[in-house]
Design a protein around this ligand. Structure first.
Ligand code: MTE
Ligand code: MO
Length: 506
């Protein structure tokens, strides 16, 4: 009796840990392969491996040294897993605690990865919860006394254990395919060489930034800091081998273009500031990057847009859509079908391998990532993803400004350097003004004007006196528009109102 019970408990432990690992991998397919507890612990071991051990591993296993590490980890985990079931039955909840400790180790390793974000915690948390639940369920089933007339104990156990095993195997297989696609796209992107621009961006003068003023926004946003907004639960992993853009609808000549043909077109490089319509007053859903791509208007010319077609309906590989006014693409602005961002290929989460960037329009009507389809149509006939959900069909950028520093509420009396940014892409910023405690509007000092398609940084030296103070800023566009203080929500076509910060000066 004791031995057969131990056997059941051993199986319970192995299944619980297997289900936990599978769940962790599946969640990691969404949060990034580096966030998997298994991969994160493995990578941490690799990073901290004494060089002697590393050399021994490379000598012994050659290029399969990583596989050897993962197999070794698997063996160690399986040995522990074999004990958690019997442990859980004898000293409840000691088995669950062992699983939780493993999950916490995964969590610590994942959060310690160089690319980690808060979402890196999820795979380990889900793995831990699944592991403990499955362990308790199976050990509990093995413990339930035989109920007369009920399902015989062993049959119920076998059915449940079988269901757990099948589900875990399916989850692991799904995670594997998803993660394999990511690995392929990551490797392909790393090898990719983009052409040098035929029409390069103007160099950025140092004066477009605010020097090393601490806490001030930078003129160009690093890829890692660039805001990200999309509906993709799992980042699409396209390949340049299979990427195609189909151009059809109200055109003279339908065509489909592939990667090599796209790269053969002379490339334009521009700095363009991208903003999300959901950005609230003072929000950070705005970033600026150097984009490399093909002018969208060239592809429209090639297709021959028929009279009457006023909308370009673009669709991403995952079925998201944007409706862009054809006029905004044809009017000469630098609307790009972009393949590069800040000197390299697009990052996967920013649309690899091809996305749109159009100055002067919010992202939801212009910036389709992972774009694969263009249909020329009309605003009368077609709607897009967010317009079907209550947002406006047209989304021109609104004049806005933001105070970025100082962020600390408590300040010492004396000169305080305020700094921030202002934007109205494709119109440009003529002035930024600052107001203290409802006093008069005063001119801020502007950083160098790079272009009308990019944001403009500003600073203002405020001789602060003790007390509570409220600081506001507003921008003036090159068209003479003065930023309104009237407050509007982001829905349906972008927020308005003035950004303010309050300080306690001592
Ligand atoms: N495929 C796809 N493209 C998309 C979106 C999306 O949900 N799916 N979101 C859009 C929105 S609302 C914005 S603001 C920008 C953000 O681009 P980024 O994530 O590169 O900053 O992408 C746009 N392109
Ligand atoms: Mo957006």
């Amino acid at each position: 009796m004791g031995t057969s019970r131990d056997g059941l408990d051993t199986v319970s432990g192995l299944l619980a840990v297997g289900a936990a690992l599978a769940a962790g991998e599946l969640v990691a397919a969404a949060t990034g392969s580096g966030s998997s507890p298994y991969v994160a612990v493995g990578s941490t071991l690799v990073d901290h491996m004494p060089s002697g051990v590393r050399e021994w591993a490379i000598e012994t296993f050659g290029t399969s040294d990583k596989h050897a590490l993962f197999i070794g980890m698997g063996v160690v985990i399986a040995l522990f897993a074999a004990f958690v079931g019997p442990l859980e039955r004898r000293r409840r909840p000691a088995g669950s605690v062992v699983i939780a400790v493993f999950a916490i180790a995964g969590l610590v390793a994942a959060l310690g990865r160089p690319a980690a974000s808060v979402s890196y915690a999820w795979p380990s948390i889900v793995a831990g919860v699944v592991g403990v639940l499955v362990l308790r369920l199976l050990v509990g089933l093995a413990d339930t006394p035989h109920v007369a007339g009920g399902t015989p104990l062993t049959r119920r156990f076998v059915l449940t254990a079988g269901a757990v095993a099948v589900t875990a195997a399916a989850a692991a297989a799904l995670a594997r395919t998803l993660l394999a696609d990511t690995a392929h796209a990551v490797a392909e992107r790393a090898r990719l060489l983009l052409p040098t621009p035929a029409d390069p961006a103007r160099p950025v003068p140092a004066a477009a930034d605010l020097g090393n003023l601490s806490g001030a926004n930078h003129f160009i946003t690093d890829n890692a800091d660039f805001y990200r907004i999309d509906t993709a639960l799992v980042v699409p992993t396209l390949s340049t081998d299979t990427w195609r853009l189909r151009v059809h609808g109200l055109v003279e000549h339908e065509f489909t273009i592939g990667w090599d043909e796209l790269l053969a077109i002379p490339m334009t490089e521009r700095l363009v500031t991208l903003t999300c319509v959901s950005n609230g007053v003072g929000g950070d859903l705005i970033s600026n990057a150097r984009w490399l791509g093909v002018p969208m208007r060239e592809l429209l010319n090639r297709a021959g847009v028929r009279p009457g077609a006023d909308m370009l309906l673009s669709t991403s590989a995952d079925g998201w859509t944007a409706g862009t006014p054809v006029a905004a693409i044809a009017d000469g602005r630098d609307a790009l079908l972009a393949v590069g961002m800040n000197g390299g290929p697009l990052p996967l989460e920013h649309g690899y391998p091809v996305r749109q960037v159009i100055p002067g329009l919010y992202g939801y009507v212009s910036a389709t990532k992972w774009v694969v389809d263009w249909e020329l149509t009309t605003f009368d006939k077609a709607t897009a993803y967010w317009t079907d959900r209550g947002w406006s069909a047209k989304g021109p950028i609104k004049l806005a400004s933001r105070i970025d520093r100082p962020t600390k509420t408590e300040q010492d009396a004396g000169d305080i350097v305020l700094a921030g940014t202002a934007w109205m892409q494709h119109t440009g910023i003529a002035a930024v003004q600052v107001r203290i405690d409802d006093g008069p509007w005063q001119q801020a000092r502007l950083a160098a004007d790079y272009s009308d398609d990019t944001w403009r940084l500003w600073r203002f030296t405020w001789p602060a006196t003790p007390g509570r103070h409220r600081v506001e800023c507003r921008a003036v566009g090159k068209d003479g528009e003065v930023q309104t203080e009237k407050e509007a929500d982001p829905v349906p076509d972008g927020a308005t109102g003035l950004h303010s910060r309050s300080y306690v000066v001592r």
